[in-house]
Ligand binder design. Structure first.
Ligand code: NAI
Length: 350
């Protein structure tokens, strides 16, 4: 089933409002979900609506939040999210960071107490569109073993950075710090296919290939990825003053409670360093030089981060719209706010 951008966005917006979200918050959330879907990040697009709708309806996302902006210095601040929809809190916090970086050159803004904020490349891209460079880190619930460990301690803790160029290209890097996202394990379970032995571990912390025996994901690149996922949690959890490490609340356990998640945006105005024009020219040169390199056998070209997502977005519209599975379309057009589909006790359930 293919839907035009506005059709999908409106269906998602309507469903979120049906669950209880205000029109303003539903507008922001559905825009970011569409941003993900049209770039092929379906795992962070329409697939999530039912989960958010259930959480909103059960009270685990504050629909009339009392946001509080606390400027803690000329270049720093905390955005208190009151467990609102994470997309909204993270967007408003990035607005503050952009404003502050334009004024004072640098901004470090923490979001305290919010719900899941989705694909975090959206927020760094907001800054890049305004001629700023940005980094964002965000915690997620414990699903990955620390290097050498047997129990999940950190989440898939994503990292994003973005930068403008002198042309229409935007460099947007955006990744989880685990080898694979949980969704990829679920796909293999559904199709009864083995997983590669470097994706996940069993209850003893040993590599597994049977997707049904997975007890935790593993950090990308061993000890190095483990260090990066810790960095994400230190900056977006410990530093912000929200639960950290294995104390981060589960996505599915109790949908009636706020998740108290943290995120951090770091925004820099290149004008205070090399100068914005020179910065943008250099970034264009970087992208050109990478793109001109002879690719290794089996690769079409060397892409800059974000290029493939931008191409997928182009293809989406050339091919007539965003492809979504029938089951999700049926849900979006239905009267149901949610079906009871999650095993709320088991974080590794289907
Ligand atoms: P991915 O593996 O698809 O891509 C990671 C990065 O590598 C991207 O920036 C992409 O541009 C780059 N890349 C991939 N292949 C490339 C190639 N051939 N050439 C050049 N660059 C290439 O992303 P992943 O790790 O699966 O994450 C997907 C999304 O999940 C992200 O948007 C992330 O923010 C989101 N996420 C959100 C979480 C949350 O709790 N809010 C938790 C974990 C992930």
């Amino acid at each position: 089933m293919k839907l035009l951008r506005e059709e999908l966005k409106n269906l998602m917006k309507k469903k979120l409002m049906q669950a209880g979200l205000s029109e303003e918050h539903a507008e922001i959330t559905s825009e970011i979900l569409t941003w993900s879907s049209e770039r092929g990040y379906h795992s962070h697009g329409e697939v999530r609506v039912e989960y958010y709708a259930e959480r909103i309806a059960k009270g685990g996302i504050t629909v009339n939040p009392r946001f509080r902006w606390e400027e803690t210095g000329p270049c720093s601040g905390i955005f208190e999210g009151d467990n609102a929809c994470g997309y909204v809190a993270a967007t408003y916090a990035m607005d503050k960071a952009i404003e502050m970086a334009k004024k004072n050159g640098v901004a470090v803004v923490g979001v305290r107490n919010m719900s899941h904020s989705g694909a975090i490349g959206y927020y760094t891209e907001m800054a890049a569109k305004q001629d700023l460079v940005a980094i964002s880190f965000c915690q997620s619930d414990p699903m990955a073993v620390p290097y050498g460990g047997t129990e999940p301690y950190y989440g898939t803790n994503p990292i994003s950075f973005a930068a403008p160029t002198a042309d229409e290209r935007l460099v947007v890097f955006d990744m989880a710090t685990t080898v694979q996202a949980w969704g990829k394990i679920l796909d293999r379970r559904a199709n009864n296919q083995d997983i590669p032995s470097d994706w996940a571990v069993d209850e003893k912390g040993l590599p597994v290939t049977d997707p049904h025996l997975v007890n935790a994901l593993v950090p990308m690149s061993g000890a190095k990825g483990y260090g990066l996922m810790m960095m994400v949690d230190v900056f977006s959890g410990v530093l912000i003053g929200v639960p950290f490490g294995k104390h981060v609340s589960s996505m599915y356990h109790d949908l009636s409670e706020g998740r108290n998640l943290g995120q951090i945006h770091i925004v820099i105005d290149p004008e205070r360093f090399v100068g914005i024009e020179k910065f943008k020219q250099s970034m264009s040169k970087v992208c050109d030089e990478l793109g001109e390199m002879t690719p290794v056998e089996g690769h079409k070209k060397v892409y800059y981060p974000g290029e493939r997502a931008a191409l997928r977005r182009e293809d989406t519209y050339k091919s007539g719209g965003i492809e979504i599975v029938d089951e999700i379309y049926e849900y979006l057009i239905s009267d149901q706010i949610h079906f009871d589909r999650y095993d709320h006790k088991n974080r590794f359930a289907d």
